[in-house]
Design a binder for this molecule. Structure first.
Ligand code: ZN
Length: 338
């Protein structure tokens, strides 16, 4: 089975919301999540960036509410999610290992465990003066999306209004620019997914690393502000960066509907467009498992082989499939975090 390293999942959020503080549901299996140890083994999911996302306090059941989040709330939620991943990694390293660099990631995958790298999605947990950034680095943080689809002290996120342009709102703040430089210095990857166009331009100018969008699609095929326009894709390509294709139906479809009856061919059209624009080294997967409505044909991470079979049916060779499913991420992890 082709192993998969995936650019984005929200399983830590699901476990935290369920009050599963030691990740038992992940280890023993759950009914209602896209990822657990059993489904991952079935589907060949062997690694990924594990996001820590803090929902708005006023979300009232809708975790995608875009009200601002207070720093202290984000720190409490983030610390709890750090602890869940650490607990799984400590108790069951045969199932999952928290990884801090490319060598650990490859070693975990070779050992048959899930290689998990910590990511913050929306950096409300980072103090504006960056005073706790190194402590999170010490806890294993290796990737940050400065904003989710809401504004914070670092910059402006894109809203979900469909159709729409990502060119809405201001660029990075001074603190946002400082955050990018500090992440470059520490070896924390910067994720452009959820960032608006002005912030994207600022990061492209400031960062010393290839540009990465862990879970975004092609705006020309699905005109969501969350997707990447031609100039953004060209900027990522010129930097030697990468886009992880997002399985969220709302970011795949040309009508923007969160409809699980969305074909695998729709994902293939985005992959085709990304390969054409970014080359075979610039495309990977960024499922958004446990964070989005995804095509029923995939269902959960046990369905990854169906997507890989669809790539093969579409004429993708073994070498390209290997690049998209794992090697392109592993090379970027080496470049971005060491
Ligand atoms: Zn996201």
């Amino acid at each position: 089975m082709q192993p998969v390293f995936d650019g984005h999942n929200d399983i830590l959020l699901r476990l935290w919301l369920a009050g599963d503080s030691d990740g038992s549901g992940f280890i023993h299996g759950t009914e209602d999540t896209h990822i657990d140890a059993i489904k991952a083994r079935t589907g060949g999911l062997k690694g990924g960036f594990f996001a820590m996302f803090t929902p708005s306090r006023n979300a009232a059941g809708n975790i995608l509410g875009t009200d601002p989040v207070a720093g202290d709330d984000a720190i409490a939620a983030t610390d709890a999610m750090v602890a869940i991943l650490a607990s799984i990694s400590r108790r069951r390293p045969d199932i999952l290992r928290q990884c801090h660099d490319a060598a650990e990631t490859r070693a975990a995958m070779d050992a048959g465990a899930i290689a998990a790298i910590l990511h913050i999605e929306g950096a409300e947990a980072i103090r504006e003066d960056l005073s706790n950034l190194e402590a999170y680095y010490g806890a294993g943080l290796r990737s940050i999306g400065p904003v989710w689809s809401r504004d914070n002290v670092f910059g402006c996120g894109v809203p979900f209004t469909f159709p729409g342009s990502p060119d809405q709102g201001e660029g990075l703040t001074g603190a946002g620019a400082d955050l990018i430089r500090a992440c470059n210095a520490l070896g924390i990857m910067i994720d452009l997914s959820h960032l608006n166009a002005a912030g994207f331009r600022d990061i492209a100018r400031i960062t010393s690393r290839p540009l990465i969008a862990t879970h975004s699609n092609v705006h020309a095929l699905s005109p969501s502000p969350r997707n990447l326009t031609d100039w953004q894709l060209d900027a990522i390509a010129e930097s030697g960066g990468l886009v992880g294709v997002n399985f969220a139906a709302g970011f795949l479809r040309d009508d923007g509907r969160k409809n699980p009856q969305t074909s695998l061919e729709t994902i293939l059209r985005h992959l085709d467009a990304l390969v054409a624009r970014l080359g075979e080294n610039g495309v990977a997967l960024g499922s958004d498992f446990d964070g989005a409505v995804i095509p029923a044909e995939i269902g959960d991470c046990s369905g990854l082989p169906k997507l890989i079979a669809a790539m093969r049916d579409a004429g993708y060779g073994d070498a390209l499939i290997h690049r998209i499913c794992e090697e392109n991420w592993l090379r970027q992890i080496q470049l971005q975090i060491g």
